[in-house]
Design a protein around this ligand. Structure first.
Ligand code: ZN
Length: 131
């Protein structure tokens, strides 16, 4: 991954999840790019619980990052891509760009035996890409 590519996505691939401490409703946030760093860990802003993801989890998050990078690279053609849904009476086309910008992406992963929903916040690199 080139430095330039990493930088272009850096500010835009934020992940958050709800703290796993039962009584805590804190939202833990981190940048997806940082997961690749050896020293990566993140703490809850509310209860200060420290999260140190294991290799398996980090590998999955890294795969997610590569998926986002691939989508980013294809951005110029996404305006021409549609997802079509069959409904009674015909077919509805949903622009792919709309799926990426208006719907929330979420990945559910296992953290210490618990299923955790990681919410992903990604923006297109240019506001002009998806009109
Ligand atoms: Zn917490």
């Amino acid at each position: 991954m080139s430095n330039e590519a990493v930088e272009s996505i850096q500010a835009k691939a934020q992940v958050d999840f709800e703290c796993l401490e039962d009584a805590c409703k804190g939202i833990v946030k981190f940048n997806l790019v940082d997961v690749a760093k050896k020293s990566f860990n993140v703490s809850c802003p509310s209860c200060r619980k420290l999260y140190d993801f294991n290799n398996d989890l980090r590998e999955k998050l890294n795969k997610l990052l590569r998926l986002i990078m691939a989508v980013r690279e294809a951005e110029s053609i996404l305006g021409d891509c549609n997802v079509s849904v069959n409904v009674p009476g015909g077919e509805v086309k949903i622009p792919y760009a709309l799926l990426l910008t208006r719907l929330n992406t979420m990945i559910t992963l296992n953290v210490g035996g618990k299923k955790v929903d990681f919410h992903l916040w990604v923006e297109p690199s240019s506001p002009d890409t998806f009109r």
